[in-house]
Ligand binder design. Structure first.
Ligand code: WTA
Length: 650
């Protein structure tokens, strides 16, 4: 067994210093790293948000729980809306909304958004929602989604947004776990030209979630859906008696619960990751301002995630609105009606900042650059990535084909639990390296440690930990203190363990290696899946690759690769040999996949992460585990068929 916690084999030498003109105008200059931790978060706590009552103490840290901005009173919807309108910015556009059906577009100014939030808040009040009432939100990417979230924050009602692709069971489980009394949903959603029956699914969920006593329904497609008298209410024709047209924002304690975001863990029961009010908002707004270099007067910012995930919470809703940004919000999929839909959107609205996920970038790579080439993308000035390690080839493709070979790409590492970006370049400061998230955000203390919890030196690999609290960190797993402690705090005493592997290079930059449960052990060498995947994607014919280990009598584990070729090419024995040699050349013979399975698609969760657990089941020829969170369950059956047809190598 080697003495390194995780071996690192892949060398990436390309460097991209911050362009001079970008650096000259950037919100963050290099001296931002010199500000002491407490001073930094004190300053941001005062500058990014407006408090009804100022905080009296910055931080209370009783491991594993932190409290931030103690004594402060604040309201999120006031910060995201009223204060901008009061400052004379009511006419600024908050959202440029693009529906999936072609030609459906609308925009909402800050004043209009405020009016709609006030209206929905007053409707919710009529339904008995007040401070502390818990609300479930089950909506697609319609403007009523941020409106519903903000209406809840206005009343001080904690909410949980359940992604519109989730099943009735998932919605019921989450509502029951949180104790939700009211559900907000829509008749149907649009997806790839067909309708998704959200209200019908919500009905099924409500049958299993007796705590929900009222359901507010947004009209989207206008098709008929069942409405249960007394329980279900349309939003559009709801009459608020003596409609006051105002709704005072509830002053909340900095540490009051803002929302829960459920995320899956190793067991079937999802974890309700809790975020509170003051620290979360400061963290989201601060990172949004510096990482994306936001200029609210001129930028058109587009985070192409779904609001049903943490990325959409922090970087479509709370961060951007708190900063007074103009954002694009798109309802549908990137390939509807054609694969140039995103680039058409960038051109139409003059998008300047684009934030998306490696899985989307790889999909565009697979389709080919010709779709982007049909459009004028010259308005773009910054690109971002989040959600998975980004393979250097995908990073470089993104920069070249979307960024005209001139734009900075910020690879941002964070999690549902962290609430805000923690490891990231600053685009006017950092020399970029494809595949590296570079360094901790100012005021964040991250490190890579070995099995014993000792910090590894330059060039070393190991486990990513956080050694100091940060404002937007989770305040725990809702109702499960024990699980919170064991999941994140037991592995390395006194440190938050993120569950990710990472390495540190000679310059102190961080390279994320994926979840540690994805690490393979081949002949005593611990090899990260991402490095082998990146070596495969580096081959000109490969669009996407996922790698996992299977048991092997000789080597402990052998590497199995699942590969999608570009432009719908089919695999061949020659290609198989070529790819194995390519990995051997890029990394070394130790990392050569023993088997390669060619497949048109990889199994992914609905948020786009590759489900290696299922690939491991296929590789080990085991019955498949839980497939309920798969975006397309048919994919894995097809892969299993192909894996059987594939003769074992070596
Ligand atoms: C992975 C999404 C490498 C990581 C915001 C993390 C990344 C998990 C990156 C959290 C990145 C996210 N590079 N890996 N830039 N960003 N991850 O909770 O494994 O959906 O632990 O939050 O995604 O996923 P989550």
């Amino acid at each position: 067994m080697s003495d390194k916690a995780i071996e690192t084999l892949l060398a990436e030498d390309r460097r991209y210093p911050a362009p001079e003109d970008f650096a000259a105008q950037a919100n963050a200059k290099s001296d931002i790293y010199d500000i002491p931790f407490e001073e930094f978060w004190e300053r941001e706590g005062r500058e990014r948000v407006t408090w009804f009552e100022p905080f009296t103490s910055l931080l209370e840290w009783e491991l594993p729980y932190a409290k931030w901005y103690l004594g402060g009173k604040i309201n999120v919807s006031y910060n995201c809306l009223d204060r901008h309108v009061e400052a004379g910015l009511g006419e600024r556009v908050a959202y440029l909304w693009e529906g999936e059906p072609e030609g459906e577009r609308s925009s909402l100014t800050y004043a209009e958004l405020l009016a709609q939030v006030v209206r929905m808040a007053n409707v919710l009040k009529e339904l008995g929602v007040g401070k502390g009432t818990r609300v479930a939100i089950y909506l697609g990417m319609v403007t009523e989604l941020p409106i519903a979230m903000l209406a809840c924050t206005r009343l001080g009602a904690p909410n949980t947004v359940v992604f519109g692709g989730f099943s009735a069971d998932s919605l019921a489980d989450r509502s029951n776990d949180m104790g939700c009394e009211v559900l907000i949903t829509q008749d149907e959603a649009w997806r790839r030209g067909s309708t998704v029956p959200l209200k019908l699914t919500a009905d099924e969920a409500m049958a299993a979630a007796p705590g929900i006593r009222a359901c507010l329904v947004v009209e989207r497609t206008g098709n008929e859906v069942p409405m249960q008298a007394g329980r279900d209410h349309w939003l559009h024709n709801f009459e608020v008696p003596d409609d006051p047209a105002t709704c005072p924002p509830e002053p909340m304690d900095a540490e009051d619960l803002l929302f829960l975001m459920y995320t899956s863990g190793t067991t079937a029961k999802p974890k309700g990751i809790a975020h509170t009010t003051g620290g979360y908002l400061v963290g989201a707004a601060t990172t949004h301002r510096y990482v994306f270099d936001l200029k609210p007067e001129t930028d058109v910012y587009w985070c192409a995630a779904d609001i049903g995930w943490i990325t959409g919470h922090s970087y479509i809703v709370y961060g951007p609105l708190c900063n007074g940004a103009t954002s694009v919000m798109y309802e549908g999929t990137p390939d509807f009606p054609d694969k140039d839909r995103w680039w058409e959107i960038v051109e139409r609205y003059g998008v300047t900042i684009l934030y998306t996920a490696p899985t989307a970038i790889r999909a565009h790579m697979k389709w080919g650059p010709e779709f982007a080439e049909q459009h004028d993308l010259s308005s773009l000035r910054l690109l971002g990535s989040v959600g998975e390690p980004i393979n250097p080839e995908a990073w470089v493709w993104y920069r070249e084909h979307i960024g005209g070979d001139r734009l900075p790409v910020v690879d941002t590492w964070w999690q549902t639990e962290t609430g805000m970006i923690l490891i990231t370049p600053l685009p006017g400061v950092t020399t970029l390296k494809p595949g590296s998230a570079t360094r901790p955000f100012p005021g964040v203390d991250a490190a890579v440690v070995d099995d014993q919890g000792e910090e590894v030196g330059p060039g070393g690999g190991g486990y990513l930990v956080l050694r100091r609290p940060w404002p937007a960190m989770t305040r725990g797993i809702f109702g499960d203190d024990e699980r919170y402690r064991t999941t994140y705090w037991e592995r390395f005493p006194g440190m938050y363990f993120a569950g990710d592997g990472a390495r540190i290079d000679e310059d102190g930059d961080f390279w994320l290696l994926g979840r540690v449960d994805d690490v393979m052990n081949v002949s005593g060498h611990r090899i990260s899946t991402i490095e082998v995947e990146s070596a495969l994607v580096d081959h000109t014919s490969v669009a996407e690759a996922a790698v996992c280990g299977r048991a092997d009598q000789l080597t402990g584990q052998a590497i199995v690769a699942f590969v999608t070729l570009k432009g719908g090419q089919e695999g061949s024995v020659e290609m198989l040999e070529e790819l194995r040699d390519h990995v051997a050349m890029k990394i070394g013979p130790i990392a050569k996949p023993a088997n390669i399975v060619f497949t048109p698609e990889l199994p992914k969760t609905r948020s786009g992460k590759i489900m290696r657990r299922l690939l491991r089941d296929v590789a080990e020829d085991r019955p498949l585990g839980d497939t309920t969170t798969l975006a397309d369950p048919a994919v894995v059956a097809e892969i299993a068929d192909r894996a059987v047809a594939q003769p074992a190598e070596d």
